[in-house]
Design a protein around this ligand. Sequence first.
Ligand code: MN
Length: 250
Amino acid sequence: MAVKQTAGRDALGEFAPQFAELNDDVLFGQVWSREDKLSLRDRSLVTVVALMAQGLVDSSFQYHLTTAKHNGITRQEIAEILTHAAFYAGWPKAWAAFRMAKEVWNEEAGEDAKARHQKEMVFPIGAPNDGFAQYFVGRSYLSPLSTSQVGVYNVTFEPGCRNNWHIHHAVKGGGQILLCLAGQGYYQEWGKAPRPLRPGDVVNIPPEVKHWHGAAPDSWFSHLAIEVPGEDCSNEWLEAVTDEAYDKLR
Ligand code: MN
């Protein structure tokens, strides 16, 4: 399967379209994608060592360490890899690489991930969303920002968490607006494809439309939920988004 990469086009698509194309389509789309010749895990190993040997500890190195972890290199293995490479590439380079590797492989601790997510936005994550927990799969948090005039809530979903299918009913006006703040998530209307959400995205949810929203499988996610005023507003909670349907997002 081809490795999807957009970093080149994202960063240099306009300035250097040829370079972006070589990066995304050839380096990643072809070379990285030849899994039948060399596994992603082994390619990560080679790449990390090559970058370390140059003394690179920039964002590209961090990206490749994170990818290496994703491709199955364990904490014990990266420690061994960097120790081994230190003798050939240079001791100070290993020191520099270890500093970053430690960050990447220590990320498992859940509290750290939550704290890092909080640093990405100005509004508080708030308290566990116990009042609505029965309508969510996974753990969510709720922080009421405005409870008069117009209700505004910061809703945070841990990775994999999503709310059940639901409908915001209203006779007139009503519905909900989502302003995405941090992390990556999804919004889906019944019968339509899931829409990926990133910070800065805005979702206008009309009344009477069955939908769900939540985090991506591997990312924390926060959005402001604005309750649009209307007549006879109520929420109807329906069935959960099944693991089977949600796992297709991966
Ligand atoms: Mn909603």
